[in-house]
Design a protein around this ligand. Structure first.
Ligand code: CUA
Length: 166
């Protein structure tokens, strides 16, 4: 008596079924990645502007770092990082504001990570790093330097104050 001949690709039925399970799981994972990347407001940091780190803090927007309101509820925040502080250390905006951060360094590589937001930037001398965040909940959003930049690294922090209505 001979074995029944497999059909199709010559696969056993159980083998084919388990391959289908594997394929479905892969598609589910790919879907989860796509939703996570495109559907939840994540944004890749941009690093398109080149600047001269020796002069960036003395001319242009970074000579006067801080917050600019460019439309109602829409802000730009210019931050200068240097060993070992951000300038300014604190910005405050009303609840619901959208803030585009422009961050540069005048010395070594720093980082900017703002708690409870999508902002987590590498700050590289010679470049301006940008990312936009919307602050829908009032409160204090601490930020830190997230790249080791020297002995004072742990003291390099600040905060975004988001004021509630009234
Ligand atoms: Cu700046 Cu760590």
């Amino acid at each position: 008596m001979s074995e029944p001949k497999p059909e199709g690709l010559g696969l056993d039925r159980a083998e084919r079924n388990w391959m289908l399970v594997g394929l479905v799981v892969l598609l589910l994972f790919a879907g989860a990645v796509a939703i996570g990347a495109l559907g939840t407001g994540f944004e890749l940091p941009g690093m398109q502007m080149r600047v001269d780190p020796r002069t960036v803090a003395s001319e242009g927007e970074f000579a006067n770092p801080g917050l600019r309101e460019i439309a109602p509820g829409v802000y730009e925040a210019y931050l200068v990082s240097r060993q070992f502080a951000f300038e300014p250390r604190e910005i405050s905006v009303p609840m619901g504001s959208t803030v585009t951060f422009y961050v540069t360094s005048v010395d070594v590589q720093h980082g900017l990570k703002i708690q409870d937001t999508n902002v987590n930037l590498q700050v590289v001398p010679g470049y301006v790093s940008t990312l936009t965040a919307t602050f829908d909940e009032p409160g204090v959003y601490p930020f830190i330097c997230s790249e080791f930049c020297g002995l004072g690294h742990a003291g390099m922090f600040g905060q975004v104050l988001v004021e509630g209505p009234g």
